[in-house]
Ligand binder design. Structure first.
Ligand SMILES: [Fe+2]
Ligand SMILES: [Fe+2]
Length: 306
């Protein structure tokens, strides 16, 4: 991450730099996250299942974000528009910062006694040896674009609900910052795919494979962590998973509804306006709660990229 102007500083009591959302100038924010041992093991409502939902995302995003960085770096030299190239570099900078911060949190999981290194090794090998070597850069890019759609929709659900309202504050701030930047840069991988290979079928295949990656790693991570806690087959676990997916925030049906928007032939991420949620977080405010606005009627002009 490069040096930032001296006028930019991290606000007191905040673990990330408050800078307004700017989709035309995507770049990483400075962060000061640390994860002391005082963070409770089950930091979300004392619930192993709900905590490990986010912990499992934490486990695989580190490998996935590193994979994104490598694939997109390979595409940079082919971009003719310097402005778009700068945007893609900014996107890569944000993802590298996410990976760096989430890697810090992994040390906490190890200190809490979780055996996670085998899982991380498998994830890393899958992306390096199977995806990058066998699938090729264009299909990898299409998987990344599909994955970015999923992170943006999950970010919307997390920010528009009070899902992290009872989370340990450092963890709540970590996920809100990450979610807000996912919304800020949600169109970049899509635009890069469009200039690389605008095929509709390729986009669908990428989304399908991306969904398999997310579902596979998320489930494997949750099962692994819950088993290590000896909480896998507990009644409370099933109840908490049900509450997470189908309880008051309706995560599963909302995620499905948002996911299928991607299949519309003329879809572009910027058409769906959930930027206001990220705007609030990135300025250090609480995001707007449920009863959320869906401003999809504000179909915005799709930015042209070269
Ligand atoms: Fe990210
Ligand atoms: Fe992202």
């Amino acid at each position: 991450m490069g040096l930032l102007p001296s006028t930019v500083f991290i606000q007191p009591m905040s673990r990330f730099e408050h800078r307004p959302l700017d989709t035309g100038n995507v770049r990483p924010r400075r962060t000061a996250f640390s994860f002391p041992q005082s963070i409770p093991q089950h930091w979300l409502k004392g619930s192993p299942a709900q905590t490990h939902f986010f912990n499992a995302i934490n486990l695989f995003v580190v490998s996935f974000e590193d994979f994104m960085g490598r694939v997109m770096r390979g595409r940079l030299v082919h971009l003719k528009d310097p402005e778009f190239q700068r945007q893609v570099r900014g996107f890569m900078g944000q993802e590298a910062t996410h990976s760096f911060v989430h890697t810090k949190y992994l040390s906490n999981l190890r200190a809490q006694g979780y055996q996670i290194d085998g899982y991380l090794e498998v994830a890393d090998r899958l992306f390096k040896d199977v995806f990058e070597k066998r699938l090729g850069p264009t299909l990898c890019l299409s998987i990344i674009a599909g994955f970015e759609h999923m992170t943006a929709l999950l970010a919307e659900i997390v920010l528009s609900s009070n899902m992290l309202g009872e989370a340990e504050p450092a963890m709540a701030e970590l996920w809100k910052w990450h979610a807000a930047e996912e919304i800020e840069h949600k169109a970049l991988a899509f635009d890069l795919l469009k200039v690389t290979q605008p095929s509709y079928l390729l986009r669908l295949l990428g989304a399908f494979l991306g969904a398999l990656v997310v579902a596979g790693f998320l489930n494997a991570g949750m099962v692994m962590l819950l088993r290590q806690d000896q909480q896998l087959w507990r009644r409370r676990t099933l109840k908490d998973v049900w509450a997470l997916l189908l309880g008051k925030h309706q995560m599963a049906p909302r995620a499905l509804g948002l996911f299928i928007k991607y299949f519309r032939p003329g879809f572009h991420p910027a058409q769906y306006d959930n930027y206001y949620l990220a705007e609030q977080v990135l300025q250090g405010q609480e995001p707007e709660r449920e009863g959320f606005r869906t401003r999809s009627s504000l179909e915005t002009a799709v930015p042209s990229v070269k």
